[in-house]
Design a protein around this ligand. Structure first.
Ligand SMILES: [Cu+2]
Length: 87
Protein backbone atom coordinates (compact mmCIF):
# COMPACT_ATOMS: atom_id res chain seq x y z
CA UNK A 1 0.00 0.00 0.00
CA UNK A 2 1.17 3.49 -0.72
CA UNK A 3 -0.97 5.36 1.80
CA UNK A 4 -3.03 4.65 4.88
CA UNK A 5 -5.63 7.07 6.20
CA UNK A 6 -4.39 9.73 3.81
CA UNK A 7 -0.80 9.48 5.04
CA UNK A 8 1.92 8.30 2.68
CA UNK A 9 3.58 4.99 3.56
CA UNK A 10 7.38 5.39 3.14
CA UNK A 11 8.89 3.27 0.40
CA UNK A 12 10.97 1.24 2.87
CA UNK A 13 7.81 0.24 4.76
CA UNK A 14 5.95 -0.99 1.68
CA UNK A 15 5.79 -4.66 0.87
CA UNK A 16 3.90 -6.95 -1.47
CA UNK A 17 0.66 -8.39 -0.14
CA UNK A 18 -2.38 -10.06 -1.66
CA UNK A 19 -4.89 -8.94 0.98
CA UNK A 20 -5.33 -5.65 2.82
CA UNK A 21 -7.59 -5.72 5.87
CA UNK A 22 -9.63 -2.52 5.92
CA UNK A 23 -11.64 -1.70 9.04
CA UNK A 24 -14.65 0.58 9.05
CA UNK A 25 -13.77 4.17 8.15
CA UNK A 26 -10.23 3.25 7.12
CA UNK A 27 -8.87 4.01 3.69
CA UNK A 28 -5.87 2.79 1.80
CA UNK A 29 -4.24 3.46 -1.53
CA UNK A 30 -2.53 0.61 -3.31
CA UNK A 31 -0.33 0.40 -6.35
CA UNK A 32 -0.12 -2.66 -8.51
CA UNK A 33 1.18 -3.67 -11.90
CA UNK A 34 -1.55 -4.99 -14.16
CA UNK A 35 0.56 -7.55 -15.95
CA UNK A 36 -1.56 -10.67 -15.50
CA UNK A 37 -3.29 -12.49 -18.32
CA UNK A 38 -5.91 -10.13 -19.80
CA UNK A 39 -9.26 -10.68 -18.14
CA UNK A 40 -11.59 -9.54 -15.40
CA UNK A 41 -10.26 -9.49 -11.84
CA UNK A 42 -12.44 -8.79 -8.82
CA UNK A 43 -11.37 -6.61 -5.94
CA UNK A 44 -13.61 -7.32 -2.99
CA UNK A 45 -14.15 -7.61 0.71
CA UNK A 46 -13.75 -11.13 2.10
CA UNK A 47 -16.68 -10.70 4.49
CA UNK A 48 -19.53 -12.26 2.50
CA UNK A 49 -22.13 -9.90 3.98
CA UNK A 50 -20.16 -6.95 2.63
CA UNK A 51 -20.34 -8.03 -1.02
CA UNK A 52 -24.12 -8.02 -1.21
CA UNK A 53 -26.81 -5.40 -1.54
CA UNK A 54 -29.79 -6.40 0.55
CA UNK A 55 -28.56 -10.03 0.60
CA UNK A 56 -28.16 -10.11 -3.19
CA UNK A 57 -24.74 -10.85 -4.66
CA UNK A 58 -22.88 -9.11 -6.26
CA UNK A 59 -22.90 -5.74 -4.57
CA UNK A 60 -21.41 -3.79 -1.76
CA UNK A 61 -17.65 -3.69 -1.46
CA UNK A 62 -16.87 -5.34 -4.77
CA UNK A 63 -15.41 -3.89 -7.90
CA UNK A 64 -13.59 -5.17 -10.92
CA UNK A 65 -10.36 -4.56 -12.75
CA UNK A 66 -11.08 -5.14 -16.43
CA UNK A 67 -8.45 -5.28 -19.13
CA UNK A 68 -9.58 -3.18 -22.08
CA UNK A 69 -8.85 -6.04 -24.46
CA UNK A 70 -11.65 -8.16 -22.93
CA UNK A 71 -14.41 -5.55 -22.85
CA UNK A 72 -15.89 -6.93 -26.08
CA UNK A 73 -15.81 -10.57 -24.90
CA UNK A 74 -18.83 -12.77 -24.17
CA UNK A 75 -17.57 -13.34 -20.63
CA UNK A 76 -17.52 -9.61 -19.90
CA UNK A 77 -20.97 -9.14 -21.48
CA UNK A 78 -22.41 -11.90 -19.26
CA UNK A 79 -20.73 -10.44 -16.19
CA UNK A 80 -22.20 -7.02 -16.89
CA UNK A 81 -25.63 -8.54 -17.35
CA UNK A 82 -25.29 -10.56 -14.14
CA UNK A 83 -24.30 -7.41 -12.25
CA UNK A 84 -27.36 -5.58 -13.56
CA UNK A 85 -25.75 -3.27 -16.11
CA UNK A 86 -27.78 -2.40 -19.16
CA UNK A 87 -26.62 -1.36 -22.58
CU1 LIG B 1 -16.09 -5.85 4.42
Amino acid sequence: MTSKGGGRVPGAARHGQAVVNVASAERYAIDFTADADPGVYLLHCHDVNHVTNGNFYPGGMLTGLVYESVTDSDVFARLREYAGYEG
